[in-house]
Design a protein around this ligand. Structure first.
Ligand code: NDP
Ligand code: 2IT
Length: 456
């Protein structure tokens, strides 16, 4: 019988099935959290069994329980004067190697399962960056779509009014994620500053005028392209000349597209929750400039791009059926399933690099691995965003700002370093298993810190 109380027996007889059964029992109705833990446990449990010090100390059992979870009511007034109520969250997952660090997501799908999966993955991702950052994630089921600027501002201020009690530059440093960009970070930073009577680097992703970092906007997408380039280099190949399918059209997707193009690849798709565009000629710098304005200033839809440039628009579909060499899922979790993975493999796709968090289902990853396709998991491939957030914290502490050139070099160096860490632990009979490599490398640093602290 699975033992859900983590007693001595459950450590000594650690097995994947036993462990997952206990986790599911303790955390019912949290399918995304189960999925994220399974992906890690599958590679880390065999490693723990070879290294009994982690097993005896119950490290994986402790790591899957957040330090604390804060859930609160957010009340605000819409433009018609109606009272609106949302739920706010901050999951402070693990601060063993630095202050809690991770994004805030505003999307109607946000719930505890999604934020726990994101916070858990952040533990390993932040460890891989080589920077001193713990892990957290937060957000709200607030839907920014269709809201006026003033409504967004009132919501952000109400959200931060409660969140401000729980964060601080040495405690917990949130940033953006889906639905939270420069505008929302600015509203929240302003409110924190007003409430605390203190100007401090409590959020990252800030505007340049008040402590933001160059290259933070581009960092996740650029980092993902760099990570793909590094995986390909390791396999004696490169992005140059490759046809690339990218999903999403938000912060990560747009700058991933830009860096792929700069590295000589041709991006032929982007998507949003309504459909995808297929531009056979490639999305070049000019078209990308149009898209960045459309998405970040006008908050428009991709269908407008199809109308402007006369390319194909596939309503209600995802882009994985378009033949490609490389795929970059950059929208959201579980946007690429087993059937999509089989189509990509059948079409000759060589490599997949996850810009989003957990965009590929567990079954899709299995298909890629069985086909020996090169697969970069999000916790490694999209770590460039939080890495430059870490560099923003450094600059804030030093009260100075580095140049774009310096930051991009550091970002590139960090992505190469992450690849190296993955490669150290991912080798498997001639196949480089980046999932296993990222999980074990990310685990060791946090686990060793937890061991050093003793029982807590
Ligand atoms: P944005 O809000 O800027 O963009 C999100 C994009 O994904 C939009 O195109 C959106 O389409 C689409 N999308 C969102 N939800 C869904 C859904 N349920 N179904 C289909 N499409 C959807 O977010 P980001 O670009 O910042 O984030 C994208 C992914 O990258 C997320 O998984 C995030 O966690 C991850 N990530 C982000 C980092 C960052 O620094 N921003 C860092 C590391 C990872 P629509 O406009 O129609 O909703
Ligand atoms: O998922 C992520 O790594 C992010 N959304 C970025 C987090 C951050 O603190 O920059």
């Amino acid at each position: 019988m699975p033992n859900d109380n983590h007693d001595e027996n459950s450590y000594n007889n650690l097995s994947l099935d036993h462990f997952m059964a206990g986790l599911k029992k303790r955390n019912p109705d949290e399918p995304e959290f189960h999925q994220a833990v399974y992906e890690v446990a599958e590679s880390v449990i065999p490693f723990i069994l070879e290294n009994p010090k982690y097993q005896k100390a119950g490290i994986i059992q402790r790591m899957t329980e957040p330090d604390r979870t804060i859930i609160f009511r957010v009340v605000w007034e819409d433009d018609e004067g109606h009272i609106r109520i949302n739920r706010g969250y901050r999951v402070q997952f693990n601060n063993s190697i630095g202050p809690y660090k991770g994004g805030l997501r505003f999307h109607p799908s946000v719930n505890l399962s999604i934020l726990k999966f994101l916070g858990f993955e952040q533990t390993f991702k932040n460890s891989l960056t080589t920077l001193p950052m713990g892990a957290g994630k937060g957000g709200s089921d607030f839907n920014p779509k269709g809201k006026s600027e003033r409504e967004i501002m009132r919501f952000c201020q109400a959200f931060m009014t409660e969140l401000s009690y729980h964060i601080g530059p040495n405690t917990d440093v949130p940033a953006g994620d889906i639905g939270v960009g420069a505008r929302e970070i600015s509203f929240m930073f302003g409110q924190y500053k007003r409430l605390q009577h203190e100007f401090t680097g409590v959020l990252t992703g800030k505007a340049l005028a008040f402590g933001g970092s160059l290259v933070r906007t581009e960092a996740t997408g650029y980092g993902n392209a760099y990570f793909m380039e590094e995986m390909l280099r390791h396999h004696s190949d490169s992005i140059n000349g490759k046809v690339c399918v990218v999903s999403g059209s938000g912060n990560v997707a747009l700058y991933c597209c830009q860096k792929i193009t700069q590295l000589g690849g041709k991006v032929v798709t982007l998507s949003d929750s309504s459909g995808f565009i297929y531009d056979k000629n490639g999305i070049d710098e000019d078209k990308l400039a149009y898209l960045i304005k459309l998405k970040t200033v006008q908050h428009g839809r991709l269908s407008e791009y199809a109308a402007a440039y006369g390319c194909e628009y596939h309503e209600g579909e995802r882009p994985w059926g378009i033949p490609c060499d490389l795929a970059f899922p950059c929208a959201t979790q579980n946007e690429l399933d087993e059937a999509d993975a089989k189509v990509l493999v059948a079409n000759g796709c060589k490599a997949v690099s996850e810009g989003a968090n957990m965009p590929c289902s567990a079954q899709a990853i299995r298909v890629f691995q069985q086909a020996q396709l090169i697969f970069g998991p999000g916790k490694a491939a999209n770590a460039g965003g939080v890495a430059v957030s870490g560099l923003e914290m450094t600059q804030n502490s030093m009260r100075l700002a580095w140049s774009a050139k310096e930051l991009e070099q550091r970002l590139q160096g960090i992505m190469v370093d992450i690849h190296k860490q993955c490669a150290t632990y991912g080798e498997e009979d001639g196949y480089m298993n980046y999932v296993k490599g990222a999980n074990i490398a990310g685990f060791i640093k946090v686990a060793d810190a937890m061991l050093a602290y003793g029982v807590m």
